[in-house]
Design a protein around this ligand. Structure first.
Ligand code: DLL
Length: 434
């Protein structure tokens, strides 16, 4: 793999500024953001007042701990535009969650917000090793989802040649990567695996593809998956994180030269990690729920938003801004199986440890009598002639000893596990509700 380290002179000043400089910028912006939310959003005024907090009470960044949290339910309760802090006519764009499981959540951006977003995405893409003039194949979905258009704006800002292909039509994805000479690809890691299958289908060698770096996010994925993809395509694989409520992709980004977790662009998004049970702020280094406060957003300021994503904060390395460890999972995706906590990423790690297995998987939860059962659906890897029973036995043993749960394993025919075209559905919960 080529060295893609960006040149120091191409970075923005703030990326390598001192911690003191960063903290000074944060404090000044935090004061503005709290006041902006308080003065312009009835919900924030009511919640701050109820907690006996006024924006003038913020004297240091630690004072933020006195401000109430915001949750997804608050967004739902204020559907559609109740949390906007500017008149609707000043909102240049709206994004929303799909809303398949209830009320969709809606977010908005002014022109200045879109520009800030493009700046942090451009910064992220630069950190992946892409440079002006490179071709970027953007296979994140375009539309209400923030992935496609979010990456698009930043890619244009950096001066890349963007191919706005969106998700789906996998045969065409391969063809365009090859014909247009894509150096970078932005896509969910699970859909990248479908693209990998398609290379085999078309008899093409993915290691000969023009791709030099893949920028993967929108769902949890493991370092074991990184190794698998890097090896298959002979390219770098880096992690990008974000969520619509905060801005979309580009909240934090892994640097290609270090691949040691994601630097949070702390000049725009202030992170905290809390104990999800008590709400207490945890010191850096401890695992808990990630919480964000926007520092510069106009249309949709977000104050102490509980992401439900689990990670820990770590000191800066390739950049001065703090890192977050690769996300282990979401509190909502945690499966409690007979008293043991299990995340899909732990299952992914064990699958990657079995060379006979393809990286596709889905977890099914059922309750045949009174006990919950976890059934894991997997597939044999391309061209493997192993005995499925034997492979299933090995895999089961690994899950038992490394994750601590007994599971049932189903080794499907090739193509038998549902393929992802965007965010993978890892858990299918068929247990009776309630
Ligand atoms: O998924 C934004 C995005 C698009 C990020 C493209 C990266 C690339 P939402 O649809 O609002 O926004 O979903 C946000 O996805 O709270 C996490 O649970 C999960 N997520 C996003 N990035 C990562 C990642 C976009 N790199 C939710 N690792 C977040 C793990 C991630 N989980």
């Amino acid at each position: 793999m080529k060295d893609l380290t960006p040149r120091k002179e191409d970075l923005e000043y703030i990326e390598t500024a001192s911690r003191d400089e960063i903290a000074a910028v944060q404090l000044e912006r935090m004061k503005w953001s709290l006041r902006h939310a308080y003065d312009n959003v009835a919900f924030y005024k009511a919640s701050f007042d109820a907690a006996g907090f006024h924006p003038d009470d913020l004297h240091s960044l630690d004072d933020l701990a006195r401000v109430p949290f915001t949750t997804k339910q608050d967004l739902r309760d204020n559907y559609p535009f109740g949390l906007f802090a500017v008149p609707r006519a000043q909102v240049a764009r709206i994004h929303a969650s799909s809303g398949t499981t209830g009320q969709p959540t809606v977010v908005g951006y002014t022109k200045a917000d879109l520009d800030m977003w493009a700046t942090v995405v451009a910064r992220s893409l630069r950190a992946s090793g892409l440079r002006p003039g490179d071709v970027l194949h953007n296979a994140y979905g375009y539309g209400l989802f923030t992935g496609g258009l979010g990456i698009h704006g930043g890619a244009e800002k950096l001066g890349l040649t963007v191919v706005p292909v969106s998700g789906g039509m996998t045969q065409r994805q391969v063809r365009l990567i090859e014909d247009f000479g894509a150096r970078g690809i932005t896509v969910t890691p699970s859909y990248m695996l479908s693209i990998l299958d398609e290379y085999a289908e078309q008899g093409l060698d993915p290691r000969q593809s023009p791709l030099a770096v893949g920028i993967f996010g929108a769902e949890p994925w493991t370092n074991a998956m990184r190794r698998e993809i890097e090896e298959a395509f002979n390219m770098h694989a880096v992690d990008i994180y974000g969520l619509s409520e905060v801005v979309g992709p580009g909240v934090s980004m892994e640097c290609v030269e270090s691949k040691d977790g994601l630097h949070i662009w702390e000049d725009h998004f202030y992170p905290e990690v809390i104990d999800p049970e008590t709400g207490r702020v945890l010191p850096d280094g401890e695992l808990g729920e990630l919480v964000f406060t926007s520092l510069t957003k106009e249309a949709f300021p977000i104050i102490r938003y509980r992401t439900r994503d689990l990670t820990r904060l770590l000191p800066g390395t390739a950049r001065s801004m703090r890192r977050m460890e690769k996300v282990t999972g979401r509190t909502d995706d945690m499966i409690i199986l007979r008293g043991v906590n299990v995340f899909p990423t732990q299952i992914e790690e064990q699958i990657m440890a079995v060379p006979e297995l393809a990286p596709h998987f889905q977890i099914e939860l059922i309750r045949p009598d009174r006990m919950d059962e976890m059934h894991i659906h997997v597939e044999l890897a391309e061209g493997v002639e192993a005995n499925p029973l034997h492979v299933s036995h090995t895999f089961k043993g690994l899950v038992k000893s490394n994750v601590g749960v007994s599971v049932k394993v189903h080794v499907a025919e090739r193509g038998g596990v549902e393929r992802s075209q965007g965010k993978a559905v890892r858990i299918v919960d068929k247990r009776p509700k309630g």
